[in-house]
Design a protein around this ligand. Structure first.
Ligand SMILES: O=P(O)(O)OC[C@H]1O[C@](O)(CO)[C@@H](O)[C@@H]1O
Length: 448
């Protein structure tokens, strides 16, 4: 079985081979800093050797809990936000049939829906309505256990689940994934006697997809978590290579930092498979929270092609030349579908008759790469042999390791996120949260 690969050749008209090669010692130093735990944020390095430390027993425990939820629920609501949400959604959407959720639910295969990642009253009201008379369960995920969005959704879901299914069944179908000791989610789980899983202290939210944060919901969706972890384990080995040119994480980190130095301030992660939409959302949090600080950092954005070629394509081709693209390209689709012949050929598409749809997609991909590079957009390409659990595991670890190296190359602490507290402080002050009296007064004075 091959691995995912990285190709940076189409950046070389914009940066030089020599400037890239010059990163080798710096990258080595960053990798050593990660390994030795001597850099900024070193209390959050639990993700670094996480894949290889996951035991069979742990996976069996997760699978047994997932099975309880699968057997007792038509719907499972996964409540969480940011790193406590995006990884699970990324893998579940990438691995699920795009239309399965529209079908009648079969026993043992619950629909997964998400909550706790917004404060939309309509969203929550519609969810409440949808869950009426349904056998549903909840996975309440929060590392801090105090995130407002998630706590608010969980308060609603807990009550509805208990009202509809009774306290005893609710206890069986509500699971908590949270801190070992602190936070409201832990207190509730212990008091109510919910099955719970621990998020290790030294794994930050955005690096937590391979902890129960991601693995439990993914297992509930019927996706093979063993293969996901196996793929990540393989990448853990590949990305330990000290030779930068043979280490995709190191090469990616170096290339994007050199492009940034040359004025490419925005990275666009691109897919040609709509199922990867949420994978890109996961990646945005990973890089956005890790690098966007100290008035520095590449702005991570994403597009779904060819869909967005008909909207953002214009900007990318001819807008300000401060962007570069990283394409996640899936080599072979999981299905085969050929373009049919049509005798009348009214749409003029008979030149495609007999070809696989993916051949058309691949030519769109190649045509786009050539056009964008011609238009001044450097292009990196991550090739994924097939969209399956194993390669998703590889992709996850590859991007995580690259993020750690890249953050250190940039000179920031890639493992904190102090900036996200600002809105929370204002929101609590505006809502008169106890303990925020002074801030409330100050903010009200500003609004007069
Ligand atoms: O798991 P928690 O503590 O609810 O946090 C969710 C998310 O919120 C943040 O802390 C930002 O507010 C993210 O870093 C994190 O992934």
């Amino acid at each position: 079985m091959g691995n995912i690969t990285l190709n940076v050749e189409k950046t070389l008209g914009f940066i030089t081979k020599e400037s890239l090669a010059a990163y080798e010692p710096k990258v080595k130093e960053c990798m050593e800093t990660l390994e030795k735990g001597t850099g900024l944020g070193n209390d959050f390095l639990g993700w670094l050797h996480l894949p290889s430390s996951i035991t069979k027993e742990h996976l069996a425990d997760l699978k047994a809990t997932a099975e309880t939820l699968r057997q007792n629920c038509e719907v499972v609501v996964v409540a969480g936000i940011g790193g406590s949400y995006l990884g699970a959604r990324a893998v579940i959407e990438a691995m699920s049939n795009s239309f399965l959720w529209l079908e009648e639910k079969k026993a043992g295969q619950p629909i997964i829906v998400f909550a706790g990642h917004n404060i939309g009253e309509d969203y929550l009201a519609e969810l409440t309505e949808f869950l009426k008379n349904k056998k549903f369960g909840v996975i309440n995920i929060s590392k801090s256990g105090t995130t407002t969005e998630t706590a608010l959704a969980f308060r609603l879901l807990k009550k509805q689940c208990e009202d509809q299914r009774g306290k005893e069944m609710a206890r069986k179908v509500i699971v908590a994934v949270t801190d070992a000791k602190k936070g409201a989610a832990r207190v509730t789980a212990d008091k109510e006697g919910y099955k719970s899983f621990i998020i290790p202290d030294n794994v930050g939210g955005r690096f937590s997809v391979l902890t129960p944060v991601g693995l439990l919901p993914i297992a509930v969706a019927g996706i093979d978590i063993e293969q996901l972890v196996a793929g990540a384990c393989e990448m853990e080995k590949v990305c330990a290579n000290e030779n930068m040119m043979e280490n995709p994480a190191a090469l990616y980190a170096a290339t994007r930092n050199e492009l940034y130095k040359e004025g490419k301030k925005i990275e666009i992660l691109v897919n040609f498979q709509p199922k990867l939409h949420y994978f890109m959302e996961w990646w945005k949090q990973l890089y956005g929270e890790s690098e966007g600080k100290d008035n520095k950092g590449i702005y991570p954005s994403s597009v779904d092609f060819s869909t967005d070629l008909h909207s953002m394509g214009q900007w990318i081709q001819q807008g300000e030349r401060t962007i570069f693209e990283t394409v996640v390209s899936v080599e072979t689709p999981n299905h085969e579908l050929r373009v049919p012949t049509d005798e009348e050929n009214l749409d003029g598409l008979n030149f495609l008759a007999g070809k696989r749809v993916d051949e058309v997609n691949k030519m769109a991909e190649l045509g786009t790469q050539l056009a964008h590079v011609d238009g001044g957009v450097p292009n990196l390409r991550v090739s994924v042999p097939v969209l399956n659990e194993y390669y998703l595991g590889q992709l996850i670890y590859f991007f995580e390791k690259a993020c750690g190296i890249s953050g250190y190359l940039l000179g920031v602490n890639p493992f904190n996120q102090p900036g996200v507290e600002a809105y929370k402080k204002n929101m609590f002050a505006l809502l008169n949260k106890p303990g925020y009296e002074k801030e409330s007064e100050a903010i009200q004075a500003r609004l007069k």
